[in-house]
Design a protein around this ligand. Structure first.
Ligand SMILES: CC(C)(COP(=O)(O)OP(=O)(O)OC[C@H]1O[C@@H](n2cnc3c(N)ncnc32)[C@H](O)[C@@H]1OP(=O)(O)O)[C@@H](O)C(=O)NCCC(=O)NCCS
Length: 162
């Protein structure tokens, strides 16, 4: 398995992996579970749209794990130019290839890149129940900083169209 920068041709696999890998690990699915389909678009399509837009906006900051020519995972990141804080963004591995160290290896690649770019502090957030992601980050040296609560509500009818 080799890790390389994404190419435009990788987009189809990145989208397919997004739809297959994410589940209760994304708020898009948790919201659909609570409210039903939102805006006529399924949670996995919304998540895929979000990832596709991120990749198109900044392809230089997306890497893929390539197993004999097949993309089996991706990871994205940014570096804040002023603070030199590195931010690990969305990443996922095809469920058929999970549990083989691919996620950890991509995360390590990003940390190495941060190191070569002069980053001092790195941050990432994930849901408390995303045990695989937490294990992956903690294995690579991250330590918990704080927890966040995600709230949602259905807007009451008398609050619409004001
Ligand atoms: C998180 C993710 C990228 C990890 O990819 P991966 O290639 O399977 O990761 P790795 O094989 O490098 O390692 C994952 C670690 O988590 C562990 N793990 C997996 N499922 C677990 C669970 N339910 N509970 C505890 N640990 C778990 C694995 O055992 C492994 O640890 P180990 O090496 O000590 O055994 C993958 O699970 C995924 O795509 N998840 C959906 C998307 C997601 O949540 N992305 C991260 C959001 S910030």
């Amino acid at each position: 398995m080799k890790i390389r920068k994404m190419k435009p041709d990788d987009m189809g696999r990145i989208v397919a992996i997004t739809k297959a890998a994410w589940g209760d690990d994304t708020l898009h699915k948790l919201m659909e579970d609570r409210y039903g389909i939102i805006g006529n678009e399924s949670w996995d399509q919304r998540k895929a749209d979000e990832i596709e837009s991120l990749c198109r906006k900044n392809p230089a900051n997306v890497i893929v794990a390539d197993e004999n020519g097949r993309v089996v995972g991706y990871a994205s990141f940014t570096i804040d130019a002023d603070s030199r804080i590195g931010h690990v963004l969305d990443n996922a591995v095809d469920p058929e290839y999970q549990g083989r160290g691919t996620g950890t290896a991509m995360n390590k690649w990003v940390l190495d890149r941060f190191g070569s770019e002069g980053v001092e502090i790195v941050r990432v957030s994930t849901l408390v129940h995303d045990k695989a992601a937490r294990r992956m980050y903690e294995k690579n040296g991250f330590e918990e900083l704080a927890r966040t609560i995600h709230y949602s509500m259905r807007l009451a009818n008398d609050m619409k169209g004001l």
